[in-house]
Design a protein. Structure first.
Length: 508
C-alpha cells in the first residue's frame, strides 16, 4: 500500500531538490529565514520496510506508538526543533476559520499572479479544489520575484510532503493553512494532527495511504532508537539545525519488515534514547483549558494526544497520565457540530498550562510501572519471549544464495580493481622512466650536435690557418711579366730552376 506512493514522492523530491540546488545562497537564506529547514527533508530517504513495521505499533487507544512497555509519540516541541522555524510562535495554533475566502483569491495572494492565470489552472479533485504541482513548479522556475518564488516553493512542500492528500496536486485546504502561516501560526500541531489521524486510519482499515510527512516521522523515530555517545555542542546555538546534521548520518535501509517487527515487539526500555540528542527540554505542557490531554487541530480534522504519556522524552519522571476520552476525541471537519468543537479547542489553547521538568529519582513512579504492566494493548504486536535476540542480530542480514554470488563477484571485482591499480601504478612508473630516458637522449643529442658544430668550426679554422700559412709562411711572390719567382735575398729564377733547386736542398 506504500510502494507506488513512495516511488512517486521520491520522483517529486528529486525534482524539488534540483530546483533547490540551483538557487543561489541569498535565495536559500531567504527561504530558510521564512520557512525553516524544510529543504533538508528532501535528503531523507523513506525506508519503506521500517515504515510498514512501525505503523503496526501505532496504538489508536492512546494515539501513540507502543513497543511492549514503551510508549513514544512525536511532541510539539520535538517537531518544532526539527523544523527550526524561526518566525513561528510555538503555541499559536492554526484553526479552520468559519469563513474561508475564495480559493483563487488566496492563490493570487501567495503566487502574485493574475486572476486569469490562477483560475485557468484550478482543478476539481472530487469534492475539493486543487492546483497541479507542475504549474507551481513552472512558476518557481520562471517567477521574477525571489520572495514569491520562495513562497510558492514552500507551498509545494506543504502540499506534497507535509500534507500529501492529493497526489501531484496541492489541496485548497493546504493553501488556506499556508496562508495562515504568514500571520505567525505554527504548523506543528496541524502536522501532528494529520499524522496521527492518518496512522489511525491505516490501523483501522489495515491498509490505505499515509497522509502525513513520512520523512519527518522517520527522522524522529531514528533519534529515539540509536543512542549517541557524544552530543554536539552546537545544539546550544541559535542557528543549530538538527535536520542538517541528521541527514548526513548514514542509515540502514536493507532490513526486512519482519526483522523490524521482531525487533520492535521485543524492544526494552534500556534500548530507548528517551530524550532526542538534539532536543533541549524546558517547560512541559500539561493542561489545555478543560482538557486533560492536548487536542490538535489539523487541516481536515482534529485529534488529541496525551503528552503526559511520554514525560521521559522530556527527562521528567513518568507518572500515570489521564487519558479518559482521548480515543473519542477525533473528528472530521464535516457536519454541523464540528465548528463548535473547533472553537472550543481554539479557546482551550489560549488557556494552556506549563510545568517545569522533574529529574530527581527514578524515571517512573511505582504506580506507573504497575499500570503499564497491567495495561492491555491487544491491538498491537505483543512481545515474543522465545528466541529474543539483540538489536544487532535483528539488523544482521542473512544473505541469500544470490547475495552470496553477488558478494563473491564484488570480492573478485575488488581484487581486479586492486590489480588494475597496481598495473596503473607500474605503468605510471614506466612512463616516468621513459620520460627520463627521453630527456637524457635529448641531452645527448644536443651535446652531439654541439660537438659536431664545434668540430666543423675547428675544421674551418684549421683550413683557414693552412691557407694563411701557405700564403704568408713561404713568402712567395711573383714577378710581373717574366714568369719567374724570387726567393727572399736571392736573384729571380725561373720556375723549373726553382723546382730543381728545391729538390737539391731537400737531398742535402
Amino acid at each position: 500500500m506504500f510502494s507506488p506512493v513512495f516511488a512517486y514522492f521520491s520522483c517529486i523530491n528529486m525534482i524539488s531538490f534540483a530546483i533547490w540546488d540551483q538557487w543561489d545562497d541569498e535565495t536559500k537564506s531567504l527561504f530558510c529565514h521564512n520557512y525553516g529547514d524544510l529543504p533538508y527533508l528532501l535528503e531523507v530517504k523513506v525506508d519503506e520496510q521500517l515504515f510498514r513495521a512501525i505503523t503496526q505499533f501505532w496504538n489508536p487507544a492512546y494515539n501513540c506508538f507502543t513497543f511492549g512497555r514503551v510508549d513514544l509519540v512525536p511532541t510539539i516541541e520535538e517537531y518544532t526543533a526539527l523544523l527550526h522555524c524561526p518566525r513561528v510562535q510555538i503555541y499559536r495554533i492554526y484553526s479552520r476559520a468559519a469563513y474561508v475566502p475564495a480559493f483563487w483569491k488566496k492563490l493570487m495572494s501567495i503566487t502574485g499572479m493574475s486572476e486569469e492565470w490562477v483560475t485557468a489552472r484550478i482543478k476539481q479533485n472530487g469534492e475539493y479544489k486543487c492546483i497541479p504541482w507542475r504549474n507551481l513548479r513552472d512558476l518557481i522556475l520562471t517567477h521574477p520575484d525571489a520572495s514569491k518564488k520562495t513562497d510558492v516553493f514552500a507551498l509545494s512542500f506543504y502540499g506534497l510532503m507535509l500534507f500529501p492528500k492529493a497526489l501531484g496536486h496541492v489541496d485548497e485546504a493546504v493553501i488556506d493553512f499556508f496562508d495562515r502561516l504568514s500571520k505567525g501560526a505554527t504548523p506543528v500541531p496541524a502536522i501532528l494532527a494529520e499524522t496521527f489521524r492518518s496512522l489511525n486510519a491505516c490501523r483501522r482499515s489495515r491498509e490505505g495511504r499515509f497522509v502525513g510527512c513520512a520523512q519527518l516521522l522517520l527522522v524522529w523515530l531514528h533519534s529515539h532508537f540509536w543512542k549517541v555517545n557524544k552530543v554536539s555542542c552546537r545544539i546550544f546555538t541559535y542557528n543549530y539545525s538538527p535536520l542538517k546534521e541528521i541527514v548526513t548520518t548514514p542509515r540502514r535501509d536493507d532490513v526486512l519488515e519482519e526483522n523490524w517487527i521482531a525487533l520492535l515487539q521485543n524492544l526494552q526500555e534500556e534500548g530507548i534514547e528517551w530524550k532526542a540528542p538534539w532536543f533541549i527540554p524546558n517547560e512541559i505542557l500539561f493542561r489545555c483549558g478543560n482538557f486533560d490531554w492536548f487536542p490538535l487541530l489539523g487541516i481536515w480534522g482534529a485529534i488529541g494526544y496525551a503528552l503526559l504519556l511520554v514525560l521521559r522524552q522530556y527527562e521528567t519522571k513518568q507518572f500515570i497520565p489521564t487519558t479518559h476520552g482521548l480515543a473519542q476525541c477525533e473528528f472530521q471537519y464535516k457536519g454541523e457540530n464540528y465548528k463548535k468543537k473547533v472553537k472550543e479547542i481554539s479557546t482551550a489553547w489560549n488557556q494552556i498550562q506549563r510545568m517545569k521538568k522533574l529529574t530527581v529519582g527514578p524515571r517512573t513512579t511505582p504506580e506507573y510501572s504497575e499500570w503499564i504492566s497491567e495495561r492491555i494493548n491487544d491491538n498491537i504486536p505483543g512481545p515474543r519471549m522465545e528466541g529474543i535476540r539483540s538489536m544487532e542480530e535483528y539488523l544482521r542480514i542473512v544473505p541469500s544464495e544470490l547475495e552470496i554470488i553477488k558478494q563473491d563477484f564484488e570480492r573478485k571485482n575488488r581484487d581486479l580493481e586492486k590489480k588494475i591499480e597496481q598495473l596503473e601504478e607500474e605503468k605510471m612508473h614506466l612512463k616516468l622512466d621513459a620520460d627520463i630516458q627521453k630527456m637524457e637522449a635529448e641531452k645527448q643529442r644536443k651535446r652531439k650536435s654541439k660537438a659536431e658544430e664545434d668540430l666543423d668550426s675547428l675544421k674551418m679554422d684549421s683550413k683557414k690557418m693552412r691557407i694563411s700559412m701557405k700564403t704568408t709562411g713561404l713568402g712567395k711572390t711573383q714577378s710581373s711579366g717574366n714568369g719567374k719567382f724570387k726567393l727572399k735575398g736571392q736573384e729571380p729564377i725561373s720556375g723549373r730552376e726553382n723546382f730543381e733547386s728545391l729538390k737539391l736542398r731537400k737531398r742535402l
